[in-house]
Design a protein around this ligand. Structure first.
Ligand code: CS2
Length: 465
């Protein structure tokens, strides 16, 4: 096909009329958000809410995106003046809109001073984060891993930028974590304050007193964009779009109402501002993400590539249903407006979306960082009541097979920051593997230490996988 123009501010007026876009000016002096980890998820979630809020605010907040290492998103979006399309699709519908909330993308590894200046800018009020679980640089017990934090992480940048603010007498910022961690805001606060305190106790005190770290539950399924998705976007736009993202119609953002200063009118475009995020966050991590990880490892083992294929497999679906309904659900104390059984129904429908092509191998990545909050906290909860969790144990056994390398011939190397420790353990016999991870001194003992009964059940599950 022939798509001569590349999407940009200059070609915006050439877009076909059916392409949605919020009408808003992009002002240089606009209040700003600096976002760390500008992958597809941020572009289809927080940036989408921010774009929509511009109409309500009558003033467009702008986003400066930061990639920590790779220049690929900068190369996609900067030549397009930050513009990109999002295609929302289900079996029944498909719509395309162009978003304008991202202004520019910086690459921290090559221009750290520009990132520090963005944090220190008087126009900046909010820092948001989707740096993935491993981006928080936590040790197995949840404290800061200084070696990881010193090598190309968010922490030195935050420290330097906030130091300039403190020195100039500028107000503190809201640091809003949008990653799938339990209690994500408090974790970020504790990790950052701890990181800074070792070198600059005064600054650590300033951060604790002047900045706010709300917790948030974020939800939208956003698969990694493929070449095919870009071709489809170009067809719809009549222009090429290297930054295109594809997502589902559903989106949810529940944010703890705890800001240091102003924020976009996110609450008027669908986000929920609440006093306590914990029940929403727990339901999302244990039910949605817990089911996702189970689909990934059980699905790959049975030769599936996508979430919608795995959830349709009669050998897998009952396990995933049991994981959500019988194991995760009863471990959660729901908020008054939450119906967790309806939530499970809705999740099964979302997983079945045939238009998304959400890759299981994408979800299987970084299991060591995800499994504690997705499965192990549920196991620990039920163990106290001597209740067995056969579905989670079956999923754990499938994870072990993945770590052992069973899926490598088809899906390539195991991607996990501690794969070099986990793979040799997974290759040992069942008992040695189980003890090394979940025994009294196990790698994951801080989240779940299996008692004698659970150990026996885990061994049976491992023998079956
Ligand atoms: C997924 C999540 O990749 C994964 O581990 O479970 O990215 C999931 O798609 C999102 O959290 C949905 O909101």
């Amino acid at each position: 096909m022939n798509a001569p123009h590349r999407l940009s501010a200059a070609t915006l007026s050439l877009l076909p009329s059916q392409i949605g876009r919020a009408d808003h000016p992009r002002e240089a002096q606009a209040p700003a958000i600096v976002h760390f980890g500008i992958g597809a998820f941020h572009r289809a979630h927080q940036a989408w809410y921010t774009d929509r809020a511009a109409v309500i605010d009558g003033m467009a907040w702008t986003i400066t995106g930061v990639s920590m290492r790779s220049a690929s998103v900068a190369d996609q979006l900067n030549p397009q003046d930050g513009l990109y399309s999002i295609t929302t699709c289900s079996a029944q519908s498909r719509s395309v809109e162009v978003l304008q909330s991202v202004q520019t993308v910086l690459v921290a590894s090559r221009e750290p001073d520009a990132v520090i200046a963005a944090i220190a800018s008087p126009h900046t009020h909010i820092l948001t984060f989707t740096v993935t679980e491993k981006g928080y640089c936590r040790t197995a017990d949840g404290s800061i891993d200084r070696t990881a934090a010193e090598s190309g992480s968010i922490y030195p940048l935050l420290e330097a930028g906030l130091k300039v603010r403190a020195q100039k007498g500028l107000p503190g910022l809201t640091l809003l974590s949008c990653d799938n961690l339990a209690n994500n805001g408090r974790q970020l606060e504790a990790l950052l304050v701890d990181f800074v305190a070792a070198r600059d106790p005064d600054l650590a005190q300033w951060i604790a007193a002047q900045c706010r770290f709300p917790c948030a539950m974020v939800d939208r399924i956003v698969p990694a964009t493929t070449a095919q998705d870009r071709t489809a976007a170009a067809l719809a736009l009549g222009q090429t779009d290297e930054g295109a993202v594809v997502t589902e119609p559903f989106s949810q953002w529940v944010i703890e109402d705890r800001f240091a200063g102003p924020r976009p009118a996110w609450d008027q475009v669908g986000a929920e501002l609440v006093a306590d995020v914990a029940p929403y966050e727990m339901a999302k991590l244990r039910m949605l993400n817990g089911a996702h990880s189970a689909l990934a490892y059980l699905g790959l083992a049975r030769g599936h590539g996508f979430v919608h294929e795995a959830v349709a497999d009669p050998a897998i679906r009952p396990v995933v249903e049991a994981l959500m309904r019988d194991e995760a659900l009863p471990s959660i104390i729901a908020a008054s407006d939450q119906d967790l059984s309806a939530y499970a129904d809705a999740l099964l429908d979302r997983f079945a979306n045939p238009a998304l092509n959400h890759r299981l191998i994408q979800i299987a990545m970084d299991g060591s960082q995800k499994i504690p909050q997705r499965w192990l906290e549920t196991l620990a909860h039920h163990q106290q009541k001597d209740k067995a969790c056969p579905a989670i144990l079956a999923a754990l056994a499938a994870w072990r097979a993945h770590l052992r390398g069973d899926n490598v011939p088809v899906w390539g190397p195991v991607e996990d920051p501690i794969a070099d420790r986990l793979t040799p353990l997974a290759q040992q016999d069942d008992a040695a593997f189980a003890r090394a991870l979940f025994g009294a001194d196990g790698l994951f003992a801080a989240f779940w230490t299996a008692n004698a009964m659970s150990m026996e059940q885990l061994m049976a599950a491992l023998a079956r996988a």
